[in-house]
Write a protein that binds this ligand. Structure first.
Ligand SMILES: C[S@@+](CC[C@H](N)C(=O)[O-])C[C@H]1O[C@@H](n2cnc3c(N)ncnc32)[C@H](O)[C@@H]1O
Length: 303
């Protein structure tokens, strides 16, 4: 897809910040009683976490019937990883490492990766989802092949090149749009050269909306937003050192009338700048060796 020349990271952020400012009622505005003045972004993360705590089981029952695309793309990802590995002549010093954010209960994607002997870090904002991950994978958790973190994905901090794979399925849409862009930019840095980013998002643009009772559930409060296909693809294609290697648009799995989703696998160039010895990491000083050491100790996330 041709890149839109006028779109860049800064414009995406500015556009969404302005949209948020415009949507706020000005002081002294008289609002109609039936118009909600509650900012859906207020307590967004807390509400999302609590909501998924309540609906985790119902979500699982619903989604288990519609998992085809997750399998398809997880398998595409593993094939790409294996192919890429076959091209590496140096002996790998560690097992492959994957980060899955918004991992839910760890099925099916983390489960597939674990079965392929990949180390998995699963992150979710719902305490219940994380507890379910630990319960589903006790052996992998005990042996530390899997670690599960209850956290907002936007609070994660990792050194550059920490992971071989970063995955975000059906979860970026729960973030405000500007955060989606920030997250993808960070994820690209966390990938090692040659690593892969797998994510999906609704094809239609949506500045942000709340569904109070998703899946017909009393507690099913969800916020959703999307940049839409054109803008987000342009943004991803513009990320430094990243190349889109797989893209598909799928009918949503589930109820009729659900939105279509865009699925993307992007690969970080094996010639990524961060490989060049002597080039300081962004925001860090010191030699390459110092950076290597600090990048290990700077991992602010306790796993
Ligand atoms: C629709 S579910 C998708 C779960 C799983 N990825 C799948 O494909 O079935 C969205 C998940 O993202 C999590 N989530 C939403 N916002 C999050 C955030 N800011 N940080 C981490 N997880 C989040 C929710 O708790 C929920 O488990």
């Amino acid at each position: 897809m041709p890149r839109l020349p006028f779109l860049n990271y800064g414009s995406i952020l500015r556009e969404s910040q302005q949209a948020r400012r415009d949507s706020r009622p000005s002081r002294g505005t008289v609002t109609q009683p039936n118009i909600t003045t509650v900012d859906p972004l207020e307590n967004l993360k807390q509400r999302t976490g609590k909501s998924y705590d309540s609906i985790a089981l119902s979500y699982k029952r619903w989604t288990v019937m519609y998992r085809g695309q997750r399998f398809t793309y997880a398998i595409k990802l593993i094939d790409l990883l294996k192919k890429e590995q076959a091209g590496i002549t140096l002996v790998r010093l560690h097992r492959m490492r994957a980060l899955e954010v918004g991992c839910g209960d760890g099925t099916p994607v983390a489960e597939i990766l674990l079965s392929e002997d990949v180390n998995v870090v699963g992150v979710d904002i719902s305490e219940t989802q994380i507890a379910r991950c630990r319960a589903h994978f006790p052996k992998h958790t005990d042996t530390r092949q899997a670690s599960w973190i209850h956290r907002d994905m936007m609070e994660l901090r990792y050194p550059w090149e920490r992971f071989d794979v970063v995955i975000a399925l059906y979860c970026l849409l729960h973030l405000p749009r500007e955060e989606q862009a920030v997250f993808l930019k960070r994820a690209a840095k966390w990938l090692r050269p040659g690593g892969f980013l797998l994510f999906n998002f609704p094809q239609e643009e949506n500045e942000g909306e709340v569904e109070e009772h998703w899946l017909g559930l009393e507690e099913g409060w969800v916020y959703r937003s999307s940049w839409g296909e054109e803008k987000l693809m342009s943004f991803v294609e513009g990320l430094e050192d990243m190349e889109v290697v797989v893209k598909g648009v799928t009918e949503a799995e589930g109820r009729n009338g659900d939105p279509k989703f865009v699925w993307v696998i992007a690969q970080k160039s094996i010639w990524s700048n961060s490989l060049k010895i002597g080039k300081p990491y962004e925001g860090q000083r010191g030699s390459y060796r110092t950076r290597q050491r600090t990048s290990i100790t700077n991992n602010l996330v306790n796993q």
